[in-house]
Design a protein around this ligand. Structure first.
Ligand code: NAD
Ligand code: ZN
Length: 344
């Protein structure tokens, strides 16, 4: 089969021919219908050799959807021909976190050598994908896999971040979304569907700001050194109850910390290399800072339910497998509107 692999540190990924995998006992093979490209792949491919831990060659793609194509011994619960989405942050399946469905926070996965597809295990930007267990599949039903595959990360991650701070987002509250790319533009829709908060979006790119307004942001501001001050002005000097930073770089974290209200919450979702200073004098009283990672199995079911009800959607640009390296170049250049989706 053909797959997009990261082969060499520092070199662009390329389309290669690899052996079509066979599902072992308990595993499911999917014929991939769609795979999303995430900025985290960019992060992974930017790491120097000493910090890179994902194995080479690495078949990319941690947002996957497919048609069940072959079942390993003993697999029940899905049938060949089912259209499914893949839950990516695989855990051990039996610990306390996994029992709650929070496999994203399984403390044993790394030691057991369990890694998400595309982030250690072979990923979804390939003709076929092996999924380690049927519990990591969610039926898509009549949802279009191409339009919805990215809900497995670009939907699930903001949903998880927002769900945790929902008690802050009462009527009259304000939520700030920094970075209105793949995750951010879905995050805005989730905020609008689930809360009464006013949504202020920040980005450095005018087209992304236009997209933010289109998907429901009330205000769209340039993300610069004045942004925190403008958010304070828009909130009568109080700041925002919730700030979601989908960039996570030093300047955006500074904006987040400078615009959160007392008793508010900052969620640093982006892996932009910045860190927050927390302490008396640096942080408003009773404010919290969290670093959410992906989401739980039940949350993915909830996100897909929102899509079924028409409450959220993903703006996509589609690419063939051969065009996938170009799609990553465009993602790197900040030139993708919404999410890039590859149809292998
Ligand atoms: P993306 O490239 O689609 O979107 C990033 C957006 O941020 C773009 O619109 C870009 O214009 C904007 N931006 C860049 N610099 C900015 C700045 N200084 N101020 C405001 N906006 C700025 O990326 P994505 O796929 O949505 O991912 C967003 C971040 O979240 C990445 O760092 C990614 O690695 C991370 N991520 C984290 C998790 C998690 O579990 N925590 C999961 C997925 C992705
Ligand atoms: Zn991701």
């Amino acid at each position: 089969m053909r797959a997009l692999q990261y082969v060499e540190i520092g070199s662009p990924p390329r389309v290669v021919e690899v052996e079509t995998p066979e599902p072992a006992a308990g595993q499911v093979r999917l014929k991939v219908t769609a795979a999303g490209l995430c900025h985290s792949d960019e992060f992974v491919m930017s790491l120097p050799e000493e910090a890179y831990t994902f194995g080479l060659p690495l078949t990319l793609g941690h947002e996957g959807a497919g048609i069940v194509d072959a079942l390993g011994d003993g697999v029940t619960g899905v049938a060949v021909g089912d259209s499914v989405a893949v839950y990516g942050p695989w855990g051990c399946g039996v610990c306390h976190a996994c029992a709650r469905g929070a496999e994203n926070c399984c403390p044993y996965a790394a030691d057991l050598g369990i890694a998400p597809p595309g982030l250690g295990a072979p990923g979804a930007i390939a003709e076929y994908l092996i999924v380690d267990d049927v519990r990591h599949l969610v039926p898509l039903g009549d949802l279009d896999p191409v339009r919805n595959v990215s809900l497995t990360d670009a939907g699930l991650t903001p949903y998880h971040a927002i769900r945790t701070v929902m008690p802050h987002l009462v009527a009259g509250s304000t939520a700030v979304v920094i970075g209105t790319g793949g995750l951010g533009h879905v995050g805005i829709q989730i905020l609008r569907a689930l809360t009464g908060a006013r949504v202020i979006a920040l980005d450095v790119n005018d087209e992304k700001l236009a997209l933010a307004k289109e998907v429901g942001a009330h205000e769209a501001l340039l993300s610069d050194a004045d942004a925190a001050g403008k958010i304070k002005e828009l909130t009568g000097g109080l700041g925002a109850e919730v700030v979601l930073d989908f960039v996570g770089a030093a300047p955006t974290i500074a904006t987040a910390m400078g615009s959160v209200a007392m008793e508010g919450a900052v969620e640093i979702v982006g892996i932009g290399g910045g860190t927050a200073t927390v302490g008396f004098g640096a942080t408003p009283y009773d404010a919290a800072v969290r670093v959410p990672y992906w989401g739980s199995r039940s949350e993915l079911i909830e996100v897909l339910d929102m899509a079924h009800r028409g409450q959220i959607h993903v703006e996509i640009e589609t690419f063939s497998l051969d065009e996938a390296p170009t799609a990553y170049e465009r993602l790197h250049a900040g030139d993708i509107r919404g999410r890039a989706v590859v149809l292998p």
